[in-house]
Design a protein around this ligand. Structure first.
Ligand code: BGC
Length: 715
């Protein structure tokens, strides 16, 4: 018998159920869980994991209770949301995704894991892998954007980063892929709303990042709060048991979202808590986050014959296995380093990623980079000197006092410039501001840096916006500043694309500065001054107006494609169909053109490798880094295929005036589509391969290939 079998055999029902119960640190400090103080509950073996408790001393104190005072000495699992950094804050995932750089994604997760682990955390609720095509949904900020292929690569990198090569290592933490699945498709972008997407869309769009996470060895998965086609994810037998457990063979822990088992009653699929516990357990949910439903009602469910001991044992086994893999049985304190542990060893990485995440959206007349002889700059707007906002959502342990604001960054970078500052209005518009004072400063400046956008709490969970434009009186401020006639560089801090096409038209430059973390201000200054040539690309399509949402590059064909000259075509009568900026968009201070796309073969069969080459020409006098995207379009298939499917990308650095040949490789298998049973098949017929700098179809270079019928070989 191995350790876990032995343990399981010696556990009472209560002790088993205790392992399935996650309590919050709030309760741990202040109050009762189901009648008993948590410290007592821990001693009684009623708590298997603790949410949001970190710090080496605090975790050690609670761990001691479990290890020294419970009958079986099973260590606690400390869990927290480490989404984009722990003490050191990195850019939000949506911005970091725009690096298109798996190595960096992995490094930031690794750095965050090391800091979190040093404070006793053994599991993070990350990566968040919800494909999101609706900027009204605030959680778009937390994930990798709109594309399943990008999401899958992001998933792999993040899981590897958090977990490292050895989950038991003191600097590794378990990753939780969340929220499985399709939360990004919440009706009208409204948080927690029901989702109703086709089975095909689930398989093609929402599941691939989770599949990639499982293949990378992700330790845990969290079902989403939402229902899909009427079935809450927390009790979704088909997707949790049949798909995750049986098809993908996921044998890690499934952890409910916060109170989500209890919420099955509100979904209207369980009549009482014993039923809710039953539905979740039967679907494969092992840990009940905070709701206490398993703790209080699984015994009753067992007595009523709704669940049997095997169901409970299977869940307990998975929890114990996770603890074992984390090395907790060997040394329950291995992660909680001494209080003297140095935090923030990765400042340089944070500053670098922040710089690289910035997306230069528009740059009329090349107003950026700022001229070296500028002497008077006005920095205007409520986001200019707002340290806490730079941290963005999900900053559990970030420190606003460390944050370099945009104003500070610019002042440090431009010591010879007179930089005057006036917020003009408050960020949400609830307080009176002084727009006139802002305009007066602008009148004396050679250029205005206008810092507008959202506060950190306007994106993330429960931050859906029906009108995601500039909040409060910020537009009024922007219009007044623009009316002074002084050239304006607009910086947009936000967790999502904001609907600001008017600003793109009127400002001389527009830059997405997202939420960049600790070094936001230095990063912005580096880009504005040209010390750093911007590299960020959009991981999400940027709409012109809310009415275009959802808008994304992988749309399926319409029988009457949009044509401005054709009234009965798939278009709007009041707006172009094109977004403000396409997926993959992002300018630099360099002009790069692509030429001469060629394919190594024009006919292929299963198992073949398809190689493509393209020449990238840097026409400018400074070095640059480009991201080159390769999309495919399956021209005739058994089901209509997206007009563009991202298959891969390459990053290339080019010296001044340099031309480089860039190679991109695909396997024939990557051109498969899903058949009626959602199994991948390579269908014979023609494919277009489209290569370019973003997903604007008008700009892509194309070559055509043919997949031969199975068994046929090219001559
Ligand atoms: C969120 C999860 C998060 C959990 C614990 C929930 O409200 O949906 O993403 O991991 O809280 O903080």
């Amino acid at each position: 018998m191995n350790r876990i079998d032995k343990l399981l055999a010696s556990m009472t029902l209560d002790e088993k159920i205790g392992q399935l119960n996650m309590a919050t640190a709030g309760q741990a400090v202040t109050g009762p869980i189901v009648g008993a103080p948590t410290t007592e509950a821990i001693r009684d073996g009623k708590v298997g994991s603790l949410l949001n408790l970190f710090g080496s001393e605090a975790t050690a104190r609670y761990q001691k209770l479990a290890v020294e005072q419970t009958r079986l000495a099973i260590p606690l699992l400390f869990c927290a949301d480490v989404l984009h950094g722990h003490r050191t804050t990195f850019p939000i995932p949506l911005a970091e995704a725009g690096l298109f750089d798996p190595e960096t994604w992995e490094r930031t997760a690794r750095a965050a894991a090391a800091e979190a682990a040093a404070e006793g955390i053994a599991l993070t609720f990350a990566p968040m892998l919800d494909i999101a095509r609706d900027p009204r949904w605030g959680r778009i900020a937390e994930g990798p954007g709109e594309d399943p292929r990008l999401g899958a690569r992001f998933a792999t990198a993040k899981v590897r980063g958090f977990q490292g090569a050895d989950l038991a290592a003191p600097e590794s933490i378990a990753a939780t892929a969340k929220h499985f699945c399709a939360g990004g498709a919440a009706a009208a972008g409204r948080e927690y709303a029901a989702v109703d997407v086709s089975e095909r869309t689930l398989h093609e769009v929402y599941m691939p990042p989770f599949r990639a996470a499982v293949e990378a060895g992700c330790a845990a998965i969290m079902p989403a709060f939402n229902s899909v086609a009427g079935v809450p994810m927390t009790s979704n037998l088909r997707l949790l048991r049949d798909y995750l457990r049986r098809e993908l063979r996921f044998d890690g822990a499934i952890i409910s979202d916060y109170d989500a088992i209890a919420e099955l009653l509100i979904h209207g699929v369980a009549a009482d808590r014993a039923e809710a516990a039953t539905l979740a357990l039967k679907a494969g949910v092992d840990i009940d986050m905070v709701g206490g439903v398993y703790l209080a009602h699984l015994p009753e469910a067992l007595a009523r014959g709704l669940v049997d001991m095997d169901d409970i044992d299977a869940a307990v086994r998975r929890v114990l296995t996770l603890k074992q893999k984390l090395g907790l049985f060997d040394d329950p304190y291995r992660r909680a380093a001494s209080a003297a542990h140095q935090m923030h060893p990765e400042d340089e990485l944070s500053a670098d990623v922040a710089r690289r995440s910035i997306t230069l959206l528009a740059n009329h007349d090349n107003i950026l980079p700022l001229a070296a002889d500028l002497r008077r700059i006005a920095v205007i707007g409520p986001l200019a000197d707002a340290p806490a906002e730079m941290l963005g959502p999900w900053s559990l342990a970030g420190d606003p006092n460390r944050c370099v604001t945009i104003l500070r960054g610019l002042r440090a970078a431009l010591p010879l410039c007179e930089i005057a500052y006036e917020p003009g209005v408050s960020s949400k518009g609830e307080e009176e501001g002084d727009i006139a004072a802002a305009c007066a400063l602008c009148a004396q400046a050679e250029v205005v840096i206008l810092c507008v956008g959202e506060t950190a709490d306007m994106s993330g969970e429960a931050a859906s916006r029906a009108a995601p434009g500039l909040p409060g009186r910020q537009r009024e401020l922007a219009e007044a500043v623009l009316a002074t006639g002084v050239p304006v560089v607009a910086l947009i801090s936000s967790g999502r694309p904001l609907m600001v096409s008017w600003l793109r038209d009127k400002a001389r430059a527009m830059v997405a500065t997202w939420f960049l973390g600790d070094f936001a201000g230095h990063a912005v200054a580096d880009v504005l001054t040209g010390r750093f040539n911007p590299t960020g690309r959009l991981a999400v399509t940027w709409p012109r107006e809310v009415g275009q949402i959802p808008i994304y590059h992988a749309e399926k064909p319409s029988s009457r494609p949009a044509n401005p000259a054709e009234p009965f075509s798939s278009k709007y009568i009041d707006l172009p169909v094109e977004p403000l900026f396409p997926f993959g968009h992002g300018l630099s201070y360099t002009r790069v053109t692509l030429r001469n796309l060629r394919a190594s073969r024009h006919e292929f069969s299963r198992g073949d490798s398809l190689e493509f080459e393209i020449d990238a020409v840097n026409e400018s006098a400074i070095a640059t880094e480009e991201t080159i995207f390769l999309f495919a379009h399956d021209l005739v298939a058994s089901t209509a295929r997206p007009l563009l499917e991202l298959k891969t990308w390459a990053k290339v650095t080019l010296a001044a005036r340099q031309t480089k040949t860039v190679a991109l490789t695909l396997s024939a298998e990557s051109l498969r589509c899903l058949d009626d049973d959602f199994r991948p098949v390579l269908e014979p017929g023609e494919f277009d391969i489209l290569v370019g700098l973003n997903a604007d179809r008008r700009t892509l270079l194309t070559t055509r290939l043919r997949a031969l019928p199975h068994g046929a070989r090219e001559s």
